[in-house]
Structure formats: C-alpha cells, structure tokens
Design a protein around this ligand. Structure first.
Ligand code: P6P
Length: 314
C-alpha cells in the first residue's frame, strides 16, 4: 500500500519496508530525537555545562544527546555496534549481526551554535551487520537527520525505497509524514562553507565568484543539518565545504557526509568530493574527513568542472 502524507512514522515505515528490525531501530531513534529536541530548547547552556531548572549540573546538551542515542540503539535490540563523534570507538549494543545493523552518528551537529539559537541537528547512518569501516555510504540501508529549529523534523531515506521523507514532530509528540522529495531542481541558492579555503584555493574562489556574479541567494548558517536540509525542502540549491592547503577538509565522512549524501541522492540530488559521489568513497577510518558539495545535477557538474576541469556527470 502507498505511503501517504499524514501517516505516522510507524505507518509509513510499515508500508515502506518489510524489515521489522530496521523499523524498530528508526522508531527508537525517533524517540531519542524527540527528547533531544526538547532538551535543546530548555537546557540553559553556558560553556560546556548545562544547568536545569533545579540548578542540578547536567551534561552538556551534546553529551546528553549522545547518551540518549546510544540508549535508543541499545533499546531497539537490532543494533550490533554504534559509534559517535563523541565516542568514536565501536560500542557493542548487544544486537545481532545477522539481521542487525551498525550505526554511526553525530549526536548534535553544530552544538557550538546552540547558544546563538541557530538550528542544530542529529545525523546518523545505518549499515547492515557489524561493519562501519571498509564500507561506503552506498552500503547504508538507511540514513536520517533530526532538524531541531523552530519546528522539529525527522528526515529519513531508506536504500530500497524511493525518495527522502520528512516527518514533523507534532505537539502530542507524534511524528507525522509531511513531505517527500524525489527531485532536486535548478535554483540560484548557495550555501558556501569553509570560506577561509578560498584564500589558497583559487578554483573555490572562482566558484564563489560565479555564484555572486550570477546573483545567487546566500543561505548559510554554519550548521550542516539546516544548510543541507534546505536543499531537500526547497528542492534546489548547492551546499559546499571545500578544503585547501591551509584549510584541511573538515566534515566527517562516516558521521556527517555519507548519511547526508544518502538523503540528498535519494531526494534526487547529487553529491561530490570533487571527483565522485561521496557515497562511493570507502570509509577507511571513523575520523576520515572530506570536502563535499550537495546539489542539483547541473550545480554538481559546475562544482566538479570549476574545481577539477571536468565532471563525471557530463
Ligand atoms: P565552517 C559545524 O561545526 C560543522 O561541523 C558543520 O555543521 C558546518 O557545516 C561546518 O562545521 C561549518 O564549517 O568552516 O563554514 O565554519
């Protein structure tokens, strides 16, 4: 039966995949995202510690998010290993290898912009079995992000199901299916990260000059989750975060770039590290970094041609 707008997360997933273990894992992660969203809004954070309304010292909100996500994975009973940007060593979650999954996550990306009240988010990727290295982003069975802003959304894609799907957190705490994205079209919106790299990467400077000369609309918050989410929701745009000799690649392949790469490509967009889809890069170690661009086909062709003179997509 067709997935419909208005379905709950459980109704949607039950129609989208026969894999009951994957459904349990994604629903369990949805519970953690709901709690994280509430904590981000209510914990008064200064520096690394948060203080709750009773004056108790609490974990900094990103450490709290980390704890909640590990608990959710353990509770799902279908997670074998998990690791996070906070705890990069594989943690045994007790789930099975056969029929089970391993998950890598960034518990709260952009936690340094929580105090400025910018939108932050959780990113995670789900791989089959017990491997999180020696695999590629294309091996993921699912990927998702929690987007914690004025509204809280849960954006997910399944390898075997077309499209990228957005769920809105309703007042009563339920996730409601509100949007599917299957096309990323052309549109002059750019979200340029790591601009310091233009100082000694003249090709990146040339690309940014092009966007300015062609009067692109600038939309950049410094939070990868909302900056990439906008491309999926608006179904247009280009996000870049490029390296240079003096500004090494910053974004993490396993915890950020591969999961968001699946979300963008299942939404009908393209990704690139300059030469190839980020989903085709072998993840050799958990802390591997890469430069990345996400966007429509033509924007990714322009990115690859401007930086390296040719594009595999032409
Ligand atoms: P820059 C946030 O710390 C982050 O990891 C991503 O969320 C964001 O896209 C990037 O760094 C921002 O990098 O160099 O533009 O400040």
């Amino acid at each position: 039966t067709r997935c419909e707008i208005g379905d709950s997360l459980e109704e949607f997933l039950t129609k989208a995949t026969p894999d009951k273990g994957l459904i349990r894992l994604l629903v369990s992660m949805g519970e953690a995202l709901r709690t994280i969203s509430f904590k981000v809004k209510t914990a008064s954070c200064g520096g690394t510690q948060c203080v709750n309304s009773f004056g108790d010292e609490q974990l900094a909100v990103d450490l709290l998010a980390n704890k909640l996500l590990f608990e959710a994975l353990s509770y799902s009973h279908f997670c074998k290993y998990a690791c996070s940007e906070e705890i990069p060593e594989l943690q045994d979650m007790g789930g099975p290898v056969e029929g089970g999954f391993s998950v890598a996550f960034d518990p709260l990306d952009g936690s340094s912009i929580v105090d400025t009240n910018f939108t932050v988010g959780t990113i995670f990727g789900v791989w089959p079995g017990d491997k999180l290295t020696g695999v590629t982003g294309r091996d993921q069975v699912a990927a998702a992000m929690g987007v914690m802003g004025p509204r809280t959304t849960y954006v997910l894609a399944l390898k075997d199901c077309p499209g990228t799907h957005e769920f809105l957190l309703l007042d009563e705490g339920k996730w409601q299916h509100v949007k599917d994205t299957t096309e990323i079209g052309e549109g002059k919106m750019f979200s340029p990260g790591n601009l310091r790299a233009t100082s000694d990467n003249p090709d990146y400077a040339k690309l940014i000059d092009y966007y300015i000369r062609e009067k692109y609309t600038l939309r950049y918050t410094g939070g990868m989750v909302p900056d990439v989410n906008q491309i999926i929701v608006k179904e247009k745009g280009i996000f870049t975060n490029v390296a240079s000799p003096s500004a090494k690649a910053k974004l993490r392949l396993l915890f950020e770039v591969a999961p968001l790469g699946l979300l963008i490509e299942k939404a009908g967009g393209y990704s690139s590290d300059g030469h190839q889809s980020v989903l085709d890069k072998v993840i050799n170690n958990v802390d591997e970094r890469t430069q990345v661009a996400y966007g429509s086909k033509n924007e990714i062709i322009r990115f690859e041609e401007t930086l390296y003179g040719k594009s595999r997509l032409k």
